[in-house]
Design a protein around this ligand. Structure first.
Ligand code: ATP
Ligand code: I3P
Length: 425
């Protein structure tokens, strides 16, 4: 355990960083032949979301697993740690020539931020809260690993985790950067001219850092003190129809997803999948949807971060409204004011969705509602449009009817209604 000065205990984030920093040091020492300091709390680490993130060690020179969370767990259960490799490459981070032209030349849109080199000397620019969220993912990722230090820094499980730790970074000035994806940038651009604008982080265009391009977004946690955060992935499915077609026509067996699957339920894969030790991405995503509340309630809780910085992801198997209610009451600590503020924001969102042209003609897949509150404010935001697609041929969606292959319905409003219903119950 690190030496902790008394005043550091008053600052949990700092204390947590110190503890984790010490663990990282001891882990590195062990790799170099020294002793291994096992966590003293006996808990797995809670991890949550944030695949597309940039390793802040790039910016600050520190190592991002220092900020991972030690898991105190919702209802005392341990969250699972998953590992694996993504075999399917993604093209995020480098705009195509057309998209770059559309968004403006990335490198000519420099934000007023520090360069990587400057930032290395300025660790105070880190965003401790966001970095907790971003560093607590359970999933594997095809992202480019920007950090040459990761092999040294991460343990076996963390080696796998590190493959997805490169997507987002934090900057000063009330903005966060997310690795560029053409689909997401186009959506955000559209959303800035839509009725949904007040429910989406403000989009400030693109910026280049090193060899990658990023989307500049309003930091939704800016100005909040010890915020409590919940990420709910919306919709009755989290896979695109394209993923289903690909699984049929050009199946790519993902061993990382197979591993994640058997960790939760060894009997879930078919005999063939067991033999191949792999599942297609569609199969994994569909399994996640049907074993959580996604398929039935139209949303699932991906993770919750409490005010002390602990991140909890033990909601994978939640399927009923009463379980969701329990989680939400825990998240809000039963505070009526907070619950009411969320409720009224969600009603406003529902109205805005009704009048949104963007919503009418987009298939919204894998997008989240981010619930954020502190002691005097609560709000809900729509985030993550990386898999949100415009519909062809002036087609429009209802968002409130079940999905059947080909209809492209996403069930977003089914999820929103479930959340609102839960609140009434
Ligand atoms: N504008 C923002 N301001 C503050 N925090 C944000 C913002 N956008 C995202 N986050 C945080 O980062 C997390 C991940 O964001 P997002 O879902 O957009 O990333 P992703 O890499 O696409 O993740 P996923 O693994 O869900 O596909 C969110 O759960 C949220 O906590
Ligand atoms: O639920 P988990 O266990 O965290 O699994 C991940 C989750 O379903 C993400 O939504 C998905 O990314 P997309 O939605 O962006 O496809 C990711 O795929 P990936 O590994 O291909 O990134 C999965 O690994």
């Amino acid at each position: 355990m690190p030496h902790v000065k008394p005043n550091e205990v008053d600052d949990p984030a700092k204390y947590s960083r110190e503890v984790l920093r010490a663990r990282w040091r001891s882990r590195r020492k062990e790799r170099q032949g020294g002793s291994f300091d096992v966590g003293t709390d006996g808990c797995d680490r809670g991890r949550w979301s944030g695949k597309r993130r940039v390793d802040e060690s790039e910016i600050t020179g520190e190592h991002d697993d220092e900020e991972r969370d030690e898991g105190k767990h919702w209802r005392g259960r341990s969250s699972s740690l998953e590992r694996g490799e993504n075999n399917e490459g993604k093209q995020d981070g480098k705009p195509s020539s057309t998209s770059a032209a559309q968004e403006g030349n990335c490198s000519s849109m420099e934000a007023p931020e520090e360069s990587n080199e400057e930032a290395e000397d300025m660790p105070s620019h880190r965003h401790p809260i966001l970095s907790k969220l971003l560093h607590s993912s359970t999933s594997s990722c095809s992202s480019i690993n920007l950090s040459s230090e990761s092999d040294e820094v991460f343990s076996d499980i963390e080696d796998a985790m590190s493959k997805r730790k490169t997507f987002k970074k934090v900057s000063k000035g009330g903005e966060v950067l997310k690795l560029y994806s053409e689909l997401e940038a186009k959506c955000l651009d559209c959303l800035m001219r839509d009725a949904l604008r007040p429910f989406v982080p403000q989009y400030h265009g693109l910026v280049t850092r090193g060899e990658h391009c990023y989307i500049r977004l309003e930091d939704l946690l800016n100005g909040l003190r010890r915020p409590v955060i919940m990420d709910c992935k919306m919709g009755v499915r989290t896979f695109q129809e394209e993923e289903l077609i690909k699984a049929r026509t050009k199946p790519n067996m993902r061993s990382d997803m197979y591993q994640k699957m058997i960790k939760v339920d060894p009997s879930a894969p078919t005999a063939e999948e067991h033999a191949q030790k792999g599942v297609t991405k569609w199969r994994y995503l569909q399994w996640r949807d049907t074993t959580s509340s996604t398929s039935t309630l139209g949303f699932r809780i991906e993770g919750i971060m409490m005010e002390d910085g602990t991140v909890q992801r033990d909601f994978r198997k939640i399927q009923t409204l009463s379980q969701v209610t329990e989680a939400l009451l825990y998240f809000t600590r039963n505070q009526l004011e907070t619950l009411n503020a969320y409720h009224s924001r969600l009603l406003d969102l529902k109205d805005a969705l009704r009048s949104s042209q963007f919503f009418r003609n987009h298939e919204v897949i894998g997008s989240s509602l981010l619930f954020v509150h502190d002691h005097n404010k609560a709000s809900v935001w729509m985030i993550d449009f990386g898999k949100t697609m415009p519909l062809p041929d002036l087609k429009e969606l209802q968002h409130s009817v079940p999905w059947v292959e080909g209809n492209r319905e996403d069930g977003y409003l089914i999820g929103l209604t479930s959340i609102l219903t839960e609140r009434r119950g």
